[in-house]
Design a protein around this ligand. Structure first.
Ligand SMILES: [Zn+2]
Length: 240
């Protein structure tokens, strides 16, 4: 039975039988993997603790007939406890792993793996605030999946910006010619914040006042929900 190792971030777990769990992981090299962790619910095992959601681990697996089986797990980043201890961080992380899960439905990528690990690490260290970290993660992960929004030039005709009308269906900000009557308008500060979240300009993003952050969060949520179809359950719990 072929054995392989990889670095993984745990997206979610579910119970299997009396003592086992199925662990869904985004891996560095093998895309998304669902694998069985045996005996982890029987005792307070260290093995099991390393395979909780938001944990980053170096794991060894062997290929099973239907699901692979995890035989070893060494912690690389124990972000789980630090994130779970803070409710805004917990809800943000939950929305991140659910998004990663949906975006890697067909195949995972190294880029998506690194983005998620970086965002969880940042959350665990309380670097930029849970709300900004989540919004930035959502914009960047959607971009990697092929849905890069435009917050500068018109998303429909390409007219050089800045513009203020937001149309999530066409992928961002549109010019006055392309805007349908009644399109919601954003403050220039909100458009600038969205651009900073997309590029990771934290210095600018963190200087934004609460009202601007709230408007940006609304845009990011609408954009995310539009592209992920049925929507994210965990996004509804994010304290906004
Ligand atoms: Zn236009």
């Amino acid at each position: 039975m072929p054995v392989y190792r990889d670095e993984v971030v745990v997206l979610r777990t579910q119970k299997l039988g009396e003592a086992d769990r199925i662990v869904t992981m985004l891996t560095r090299q093998h895309g998304k993997v669902r694998a069985v962790a045996k005996g982890v619910r029987r005792t307070a095992s260290k093995f099991g603790a390393r395979l909780e959601p938001f944990m980053v681990a170096d794991v060894q697996l062997y290929e099973g007939r239907s699901l692979d089986v995890i035989t070893q797990a060494e912690s690389i980043g124990s972000y789980g406890a630090l994130i779970t201890a803070d409710y805004p961080s917990y809800t943000a992380a939950s929305a991140m792993v659910e998004t990663a899960d949906k975006l890697t439905e067909a195949e995972g990528s190294l880029q998506q793996y690194l983005l998620l690990v970086g965002a969880l690490r940042s959350l665990s260290r309380r670097e930029h605030g849970a709300g900004l970290t989540l919004d930035s993660y959502l914009l960047r992960s959607l971009s990697m999946a092929g849905w890069a929004p435009s917050f500068q030039d018109c998303a429909r005709c390409g007219a050089v910006g800045t513009h203020s009308a937001m149309v999530v269906q066409v992928g961002g900000i549109v010019c006055d010619n392309c805007a349908a009557p009644g399109s919601p308008r954003l403050d220039p500060a909100t458009v600038a914040l969205l651009g900073s979240l997309l590029t990771g300009d934290w210095e600018h993003a963190q200087s934004a006042p609460d009202q601007t952050r709230a408007q940006a969060t609304g845009v990011v949520a609408a954009y995310t929900q539009w592209h992920l179809g049925r929507g994210l359950r965990s996004l509804e719990h994010v304290s906004r």
